[in-house]
Design a binder for this molecule. Structure first.
Ligand code: FE2
Length: 278
């Protein structure tokens, strides 16, 4: 069994910064404390991008200090709110491929975790760079990893910031992975790809696209309201922050979410004869 905690869309800001009145720092701090208290046995924490709100060095530095107390190893991906060069300056030891993209393959008991870099930059040209891209070099890296996994008969679990599929939110679907068709043309050649995990949408979503199951998790800060037909990609609400928990076993992927700020696990949990069986 492999136990993976997924945090996403941290949107760290410089000291004193707020997003819709929320402090990304204190919300994430509560999440880290919750993970350390309840899941110190996790194999790793994977953070699926939008580590910072504006990609500045101060925010990455604050984030690095905040992550230091995590008791399990952590791996970072970048998203459209990040700046790759600033990220590398503060986190020089995070995984990087031979072309300088933040991509790595992590071997675990149940297979290999493929962490992808979908940042559509540089150049940082907005709104184009809000979308994701796996360029020719990144696709070649992914193909190589999938080939290796095929030879080694290992299952693959993909993590990326931009969903490579529609999620139902019109505005967010317009800034998903821009070369999703090419991505699926590749991964569908490898039946060992068992699950795809993404961020970007700030909402808990699960489903199946072209036969591959997927999960998208809530932000640790601000959330996407359940409004489907809006072109505005900045709609944000103050709903409880959450993290995802993925359990991998030889024949299953279990996906859980924990709203860590309102989690009942912090209460004294007792059995009750009147509610046997829930
Ligand atoms: Fe985000």
């Amino acid at each position: 069994m492999t136990k993976i905690i997924v945090l996403t869309d941290l949107h760290m800001v410089p000291e004193g910064g707020r997003i819709i009145g929320l402090d990304p720092y204190t919300r994430l701090q509560k999440g880290i404390q919750h993970i350390n208290r309840h899941h110190p046995d996790a194999d790793c924490v994977i953070i699926t991008g939008d580590l910072t709100h504006k990609g500045d060095l101060e925010s990455y530095t604050r984030l690095k200090a905040l992550l230091t107390p995590l008791v399990c190893p952590y791996y970072l991906l970048i998203g459209n709110h990040d700046r790759r060069e600033n990220f590398i300056e503060v986190f020089p030891n995070q995984g990087m491929d031979e072309n300088g993209f933040i991509q790595s393959a992590i071997t675990c008991q149940q297979g290999v975790l493929l962490l992808l870099d979908t940042l559509y930059a540089p150049p940082y040209e907005f709104p184009k760079s809000y979308s994701g891209l796996l360029c020719e070099k990144r696709m070649a890296w992914l193909k190589n990893q999938l080939e290796q996994a095929k030879v080694q008969q290992r299952d693959c679990f993909i993590f990326m910031h931009h969903p490579p599929h529609a999620t139902g939110f019109v505005g967010m679907d317009a800034i998903a992975l821009s070369n999703a068709k090419e991505f699926y043309n590749l991964v569908l050649q490898y039946p060992q790809v068992k699950h795809i995990t993404a961020g970007h949408v700030h909402r808990t979503i699960s489903g199946n696209h072209k036969g591959i199951s997927y999960s998208v998790f809530k932000s640790t800060c601000h959330q996407q309201p359940l409004i489907f037909n809006a072109d505005d990609t900045s709609l944000s609400v103050d709903e409880p922050a959450a993290y995802g928990l993925i359990m991998l076993s030889p024949d299953a992927v279990q996906v859980h979410t924990e709203d860590f700020e309102i989690s009942g696990v912090n209460q004294t949990v007792v059995g009750n004869d009147e509610i046997n069986g829930h």
